[in-house]
Design a binder for this molecule. Sequence first.
Ligand code: B12
Length: 296
Amino acid sequence: MPVQQPQYSPKQVAAALSASESSVKRWCDQGAIPTIRTVGGHRKITLDGLQEFLRKTSRGLESPQALGLPSQQPRRNGLVPGGEDPDQQLFRNALAGGDEDTCRRVIWKRVRAGEIRSDVAGYLVTDAMHGFGQAWDCDQLDAYQERRGCDICIRLINELRGDLEPIPDDAPVAIGGAPEGDPYQLPTALVELSLREAGWNAVSLGSNLPTDSFLQAIVDYQPQLVWLSVSTISDVSAFIVEENRLAEHINDDISLLVGGRALSPEVRPQLRYTAHCNGLRNLVDLASMIRPVGGL
Ligand code: B12
């Protein structure tokens, strides 16, 4: 995928900053704004360069729309850090600003261009939320922006899922979720979308799920595959006991696939499971080995 930074002229940047063009040119020439020169000698400013300038000078963009960026920026100034792909930049800054329509446009543009939905969602949502984590660390993001961002992502993931072809009755069943004490909703929603798109009748049971209820769902759904998404563990010993209890009650013919940020190399050897997945693609590949299903 080409990774190209958008480039802006001093005039565009001046409009976005509500400053004069001559001031912007001066900042460029003084090195305050990292600047590229075109073959013809014109000044060009990348989004990263501009971001660096905003950070160093504690400035915000008065009119981000002058640069094609979403109009609602985070209340605290500065852009959300993350990947360099312009789509990622646009998505995460729109998400921080609560601009759901822009986020939706970016996602669907890529899906309509033929990309796999779960790849698009994983690529944009993961980058954005990791950026939110960093922005939060630097006091650049309010709690409401993070909560609202999660809600928007859940809606967008659900839209992607809802627009898929209906699953045939004989499709293999997969269920999963995040264990008790783990409130993270996005990873399990992304796993559900990935498996659904790969032809599984996949159902996410959500987050913060008590083991007994997880076991009841296994009785009710009779799945061939169970996934466990673990993003946070507050009490490692209790988690290991509960995870092993879950694994013990799962029949040998059901695969238990586990993944998530909190499953560190220290914790994993103490758990029982069929396979650990490094990411969503890895999960889909493993799932197709367990039970191949009709194409995408
Ligand atoms: C949103 C968020 C929250 C929200 C979640 C809301 C919700 N509805 O989901 C809430 C408010 C609950 C929250 C709470 C807290 N959070 Co928080 N949170 C985040 C944030 C910003 C995004 C998480 C997220 O959704 N990421 C997007 C997902 C899609 O990415 P991912 O988790 O990496 O998942 C990918 C892979 O791991 C993989 N994957 C995951 N699961 C699975 C499963 C399978 C089977 C497979 C195949 C793959 C897979 O696929 C995913 C897609 O690529 C992160 C920042 C970050 N770096 O992620 C902080 C972050 C995780 N939170 C953090 C902290 C500190 C907290 C709190 C302790 C804050 C507090 N003081 O209260 C609490 C703890 C909550 C708890 N009970 O443990 C820290 C953790 C630091 C650490 N060292 O662990 C982070 C990193 C922020 C930071 N930089 O400080 N948080």
